[in-house]
Write a protein that binds this ligand. Structure first.
Ligand code: HEM
Length: 184
């Protein structure tokens, strides 16, 4: 307690931030687990729900890679380039919002059409990674708006959401592309 006062660390804020993420991830998992038989939802120009989601999430993956690069630049971690110019922050924010919005139809289709699937290790791990991704995203958004949180928090949450997305993408989009090819 005395330590928290000395460092000015907001322990309650840290707990709120992390618990909010756990709540989001758990809610997604529980809602997904209620889903029974797979449901057919519209696929528009695509030929299946899987290929629609595989292409949308691959676009999101590219945007998330750009997020990691711009974040590393802002933290001065990119080799060869020095200080990030002022426009990098706004680019990071706008690209982040767009990536999140583009990921929503994928997650909606996953949760409402397929649900939290524990039939195979691949689908189980995919479902867990998808839930962790949105949990880490929620914690990060809350953490960004709080003062006096530990300096490692945002990079750790950013790294967690990136890793969770790559795992979810690899076990779904990559798996799908290997199975049926790169058609629409
Ligand atoms: C990061 C967010 C997510 C991405 C990018 C993503 C991406 C995808 C893609 C591309 C597919 C189609 C390929 C396939 O059938 O495997 C898919 C299927 C699926 N997703 Fe997700 N998903 C996400 C989140 C979730 C969440 C939160 C859940 C569960 C709560 C979930 C459960 C499933 C299930 C059960 C399937 C069907 C797997 C199968 O039977 O082949 N996904 N996902």
């Amino acid at each position: 307690m005395a330590d928290a006062h000395r460092t000015g660390l907001d322990r309650a804020g840290l707990a709120v931030c992390l618990l909010a993420g756990v709540a989001v991830a758990t809610t997604l998992g529980v809602v997904g687990a209620q889903q029974g038989q797979p449901r057919l939802l519209p696929v528009w120009w695509f030929t299946s729900m899987q290929s629609m989601k595989a292409w949308l999430s691959s676009a999101v993956l590219l945007m998330i890679v750009a997020q990691v690069l711009t974040a590393s630049w802002m933290y001065g971690r990119l080799p060869l380039v020095r200080r990030a110019p002022a426009w990098v922050g706004p680019i990071h924010r706008v690209n982040g919002v767009l990536a999140f919005l583009l990921s929503l139809p994928v997650a909606y289709y996953c949760v409402y059409a397929f649900g939290f699937d524990t039939l195979t290790p691949r689908t189980t791990l995919h479902s867990v990674a998808g839930c962790v991704f949105y949990g880490a995203f929620a914690s990060k958004m809350i953490g960004l708006r709080m003062a006096r949180l530990p300096g490692w928090l945002i990079p750790v949450l950013g790294g967690t959401l990136f890793t969770a997305f790559v795992v979810a993408w690899y076990l779904s989009s990559w798996w799908w592309f290997q199975l049926v090819g790169y058609g629409r």
